[in-house]
Structures are given as C-alpha cells and as structure tokens.
Design a protein around this ligand. Structure first.
Ligand SMILES: CC(C)(COP(=O)(O)OP(=O)(O)OC[C@H]1O[C@@H](n2cnc3c(N)ncnc32)[C@H](O)[C@@H]1OP(=O)(O)O)[C@@H](O)C(=O)NCCC(=O)NCCS
Length: 379
C-alpha cells in the first residue's frame, strides 16, 4: 500500500484505535461511563440536567448558589428571539426535523451578537443560549406542523419540563419531568463520538460555536449515530408484536442488514446507558399502556445477543422510552440533539483551550502522471 511520504503503517478505517485528542470531559472505562469523574448511574440518580451541563462545561458540580444562578441563565436564555418566532411559522415542516433544527440554528447565528466571537466568555454565553433553545426549536417544529404557535418557555421550570411541554403541548407531571430529565442526562456527552468529533474539527479551524454545533447536528442525524433511535422505533412498529420478533430478525439476517440500536465501537460488554433505559422502558411502557414495545425490545435483545453477540446501545431502549413519554417518532433524534448540545459545547470550549487544527492525511489511491489533452497537443 502506498502511504504519503513519511508515513508508516495501515490506514485506520473509521479511525478505530486513533487517540485524536486529550479530553477531561467524559470517558468510557469498560462498561462504565464517567462525566468529569462521576458515573452516569450516580448522575442519573442524583443530578439535574442543568447540574450536568454545568459539570461538563466547568469541570465541577455547581455549589447551591452556582446551581440556581446557572439554572436562571438557562431558563432565561430559552426564549427564541421574536424575529425568529415569526420566521418559524413560515418554515416548511414536511422536511426532516433535523434539517429544520439545522436551519433554525443557522438562523439564530444571524441574531446573535456573539456569533463570531470565540473567547471563552462569548462561547459560554452562546452555549447557554443554544443549550436552552434547541429543545424549544424541536417543540416549535411540532407546534408549527400542527398549525399552532410555538409555546413560550416558563422560566420558573427546568429545561426538561420546558422541552417536553414545548413538544407535547401539555405540562408534564413531576415524575414524567424526572424521567425525561434522566434521558437528557444519559445523552449529554459520550467521549469522542462522531458528532463531538465533528464539532471539534470545526472549532479547530477557529470557527465559532454555531458552526461547530451545525457540523455536529449534521453528523448526529445519520442512522449509524443519533438517527438510530428513529430507525429503532420504525423497526419496533414494523414488528408489531413479540411473537413476530424472531421471524423479523431472521429476515434481517437473511438480508444481511444491521439491527438498529445494537453494537458499539467502544462498548463490547454492555452500554451502561442502555441498562438504565431498559429499566425505564419496562416501567414507562407499562404505565402508558403500550407494554408490547418493551416486550418486543427484550425479545430482540436476547435474539441479537444469542446470534450476533451484540449489545444494545443507548438508542435501543430510548426508542420505547421516548414513545412512552409522548414524543413523536421523527423527533427522537432532535431530542437527542437537545441533550447532546451540552456535550458539543463542552468539547468546543475544550478544543479552543489547547487548539491545533485537525488535518490528517489520506492514503491516495487515485491516478498519477496524467496530462490535460490541450497541453499534450501544444507540445
Ligand atoms: C454502532 C456502529 C456504527 C459501530 O460501528 P463499527 O464500530 O464500525 O462496527 P462495524 O459496523 O464495523 O461492525 C463490526 C461487525 O459487527 C457487525 N455489526 C455491528 N453492528 C451491527 C448491527 N447493529 N447489526 C448487525 N451486525 C452488526 C458488522 O456487520 C460487522 O460485521 P463484519 O465484521 O462481519 O462485517 C454499528 O454497530 C452499527 O451500525 N449499529 C447499528 C446502528 C446504531 O445502533 N447506531 C447507534 C450507535 S450508538
């Protein structure tokens, strides 16, 4: 194989095994996921989403005073600019909501005085606005396509409460708010996943936070990354009942297709987020009267483990959980973005602190030595 001059070894397809940067934000140790040193189980049990966002951006959990000040900043940042709200009403909603989200985030850039500033202070101000608003944009999409005005956020409530209400149109109970908040916590960051890497690559050119988050939104959309949760619910709906799961699975195998929501580049023995979501899926599908989705899921999990030796990832059980929380299928990936934006912002802040542009090399397999025909004639 011909590698660029001065390079040795093989191409790392998919960059497997490449350590591309140092980071103190989150890590995967075996089957343990840590955010800034705290296990995901600990945070899912005890923290609020706002505290987790603070932890990811500032490195430590907030004190009580910092917690309430930060929560107030986020709550007040959630309201979309008036000009944007009018604009939203005219936006097409037949498109995929991830495209809508990207377009609205791009639109927000035009209204943000800090848009092209990359100092830590300016980036933090934008991070607050973006993290507070992405859930509102997802909700606005849902309301606009139902022919309604977007719902204004209530600054006295949490991001979880406001995001869920903006989508469903109904004030969630405290228990539902907490269930959704746990989902937001579980999805907030995940080491150097594809969308965080995209955000970092864009930030490494000294481009601003909005551009970095737009890169990340485009990357999250794909079905091999965040788009998998929508693919999972599509699959569960097609299966329809537990007794049809095996035949469906055999058919997928025969067609050599992937089972969505299974497998992971790093976890081989279990994804701790999926373990938590499995429990929530059992409880919530029962409570909403749609237990079949959970039964199909557990049946598929055993079939896939037995035949393929693959583990469910975060997107597998989040599908039945989001459905039970009343979130429409095509908003699953945008809801993932409403949480993962916290991680993207943390990665951009960290990238700026110790920046070097990402510029790997490619193994060239194209032609050489060709000449333009007009040059050949004139010789
Ligand atoms: C997550 C994922 C993209 C990781 O990709 P990766 O590390 O590059 O692993 P690969 O896709 O190369 O998979 C390695 C092997 O396992 C198989 N495999 C991986 N995930 C599979 C799945 N969900 N269903 C069936 N087979 C799968 C691959 O076909 C491949 O087999 P091969 O070596 O015989 O070709 C991959 O597991 C996948 O596509 N999963 C489904 C989509 C998904 O749930 N994405 C959400 C990720 S959180």
């Amino acid at each position: 194989m011909e590698l660029p001059v001065g390079f040795e070894g093989a191409v790392d397809k998919g960059l497997e095994g490449v350590i591309a940067c140092s980071s103190s934000i989150s890590t995967i140790d075996g089957t343990t996921l840590l955010y800034r040193g705290y296990t995901i189980e600990d945070l899912a049990r005890h923290a609020s989403f706002e505290e987790v966002v603070y932890l990811l951006w500032f490195g430590d959990l907030p004190t009580a005073a910092q917690r309430s000040a930060f929560r107030a900043q986020l709550s007040h940042g959630a309201q979309l600019p008036d000009e944007m709200r009018v604009w939203l009403l005219g936006m097409p909603t037949e498109t995929h909501p991830m495209d809508f989200l990207g377009a609205v985030v791009a639109g927000l850039t035009l209204h943000d005085p800090d848009a092209n500033r990359i100092s830590r202070e300016a980036t933090l101000r934008k991070a607050v606005r973006l993290t507070a608003r992405i859930g509102q944009i997802v909700g606005a999409y849902e309301q606009v396509r139902r022919g309604r005005w977007p719902i204004d956020p209530d600054p006295s409530e949490s991001l979880a409460w406001n995001t869920l209400r903006s989508i469903t149109g109904e004030a969630p109970s405290r228990e539902t708010e907490r269930d959704f908040e746990v989902c937001l916590i579980l999805h907030a960051d995940h080491e150097l996943n594809a969308s965080a890497f995209s955000a970092r690559v864009t930030a490494s050119t000294q481009s601003g936070l909005y551009s970095s988050v737009l890169s990340a939104i485009g990357t999250l959309k794909g079905p091999l990354h965040g788009g998998a949760n929508q693919a999972v619910i599509g699959m569960l709906r097609e299966i329809r009942s537990e007794d049809r799961a095996e035949a469906y699975f055999e058919d997928l195998l025969a067609r050599r297709e992937k089972v969505m929501g299974f497998g992971h580049r790093v976890y081989k023995d279990g994804d701790p987020r999926a373990r938590i979501l499995r429990g929530m899926s059992g409880k919530l599908t029962e409570a909403c009267g749609r237990p079949e989705l959970h039964r199909i899921s557990t049946r598929l999990e055993s079939l896939v483990a037995e035949r393929l030796g693959l583990i469910p990832n975060v997107d597998f059980y989040s599908a039945s959980v989001y459905d039970a929380l009343g979130i429409p299928d095509d908003l699953f990936t945008p809801v993932f973005a409403a949480s993962r934006v916290a991680g993207w912002c943390a990665h951009v802040l960290e990238q700026y602190e110790n920046n070097r542009i990402y510029r790997p090399r490619a193994h060239y397999t194209g032609k050489r030595g060709l000449r333009h025909p007009s040059g050949a004639k004139s010789r």
